[in-house]
Design a protein around this ligand. Structure first.
Ligand SMILES: NC(=O)C1=CN([C@@H]2O[C@H](COP(=O)(O)OP(=O)(O)OC[C@H]3O[C@@H](n4cnc5c(N)ncnc54)[C@H](OP(=O)(O)O)[C@@H]3O)[C@@H](O)[C@H]2O)C=CC1
Ligand SMILES: O=C(CO)COP(=O)(O)O
Length: 340
């Protein structure tokens, strides 16, 4: 039987909330850090997170705005903030931290704008205290289903297999199964890049196209993700797995997906600015699209789906014209060989 751990969760977004409560169900001790004082007050008072109000926080779960309380003397720290906050928050954790070296779990998905780094790379750059290593957990996992204990399968990835196995055993439950891999590059790229394709799938829904178009986008999008991933050092087979094809499918088809939603609203003619203003949750694919376009230039990888999403979001291109352009690209062989 596993020893119960002291776990600090950094961020009270919907995913940190859902995965944290799963760990609490398994008997572990939880504290959450939230940056916004008013949200801390509201959650403490109601014991409910209004981003994902399907379950209450048990009384023994502490919610705090004091980072040092939440991160010090913990066995495990879960980094669950959106990618745009990851560098700043990691730096603050590094300054606030006391106690023996914890294990870090990254559960966020995104590519930092500017540095073009993956989330575990950002955390690693900013955390200089002794810590035991980083494991990224990813896969097809909408928080809204995990919090209702619906069957979900994830992957724990680390270049240290002992650590990914430790996290696998930590998270496994009756309705949550976890595989492990050492391809953290492929896992983080798959989890981040699928958000761009999900925006494309949403645009297709928004303009009123059907299942044929969606299937084509998923498959051609997967091909683009694989080409860039391969150029960046990921293993190709990772993209056929849960954190690749699995997460791509769920995000492109799910009613829970915030990225697919952003696309759908764009397809209906709203501007990106207007859509983002009306959302209180994060759609990582927006920033990731900008990063991906830069990465595709750096690595010389042709990514027409990502480019189309970029044009609709940032150049205010008409989605119907963009589809026309995509359909009228030069005739090609459907080469699925992974040359770049
Ligand atoms: N939701 C899901 O199903 C899944 C999400 N993920 C990933 O998890 C990550 C977190 O997303 P998710 O849990 O969905 O978040 P949500 O969209 O549910 O909420 C965003 C959270 O981030 C907080 N936040 C915003 N800016 C900052 C900041 N500068 N510093 C600290 N906190 C900040 C918000 O707080 P406030 O409102 O007070 O600003 C809010 O609590 C993302 O990378 C996402 O892709 C991965 C798998 C599943
Ligand atoms: O990553 C996710 C599911 O695996 C969440 O996707 P969205 O951010 O699009 O909701």
């Amino acid at each position: 039987m596993m020893q119960h751990k002291q776990i600090g969760v950094i961020g009270t977004g919907s995913w940190g909330t859902a995965l944290g409560l799963h760990l609490h169900d398994l008997g572990h001790h939880l504290s959450y850090w939230e940056h916004d004082q008013e949200r801390v007050r509201r959650i403490r008072e109601t014991r409910v997170n209004d981003l994902i109000p399907y379950r209450e926080f048990p009384e023994d779960v502490r919610i705090s705005q004091e980072l040092n309380e939440v991160v010090s003397y913990k066995d495990i720290l879960i980094f669950a903030v959106p990618s745009h906050a990851m560098r700043h928050v990691s730096r603050e954790v590094n300054l606030s931290f006391k106690g023996p070296a914890p294990l870090i779990l990254n559960i966020s998905k995104g590519i930092e704008s500017g540095s073009l780094l993956r989330m575990s790379e950002v955390v690693r750059e900013e955390t200089h205290y002794p810590f035991r290593g980083i494991v990224t957990v990813s896969g097809p996992s909408h928080a809204e289903e995990v919090i209702k204990n619906q069957p979900t399968v994830l992957v724990a990835a680390s270049d240290d297999e002992n650590l990914s196995e430790e996290v696998q055993l930590l998270l496994m439950g009756d309705r949550l199964r976890v595989y492990r891999t050492d391809d953290i590059v492929g896992v983080e790229l798959g989890g981040s890049l699928k958000n761009v394709v999900a925006i494309a799938a949403g645009i297709s829904d928004g303009v009123g196209f059907g299942d044929n178009a969606k299937a084509a986008l998923i498959v051609r999008g997967a091909h683009e993700i694989m080409k860039l991933g391969l150029a960046m050092g990921a293993r190709p087979e990772t993209f056929s797995g849960l954190t690749g094809m699995g997460d791509l499918i769920v995000t492109c088809i799910s009613r829970h997906s915030r990225n697919r939603y952003v696309g759908e609203e764009l397809g209906k003619g709203r501007t990106l600015e207007d859509i983002l203003k009306s959302m209180n949750m994060v759609a990582e694919g927006v920033i990731t699209t900008q990063s991906v376009i830069k990465l595709s230039e750096t690595y010389g990888v042709d990514m027409p789906v990502a480019q189309a999403v970029y044009q609709v979001m940032f150049d205010h291109a008409d989605p119907l014209k963009i589809v026309n352009d995509l359909m009228n690209r030069d005739p090609k062989s459907e080469s699925l060989v992974l040359e770049i």
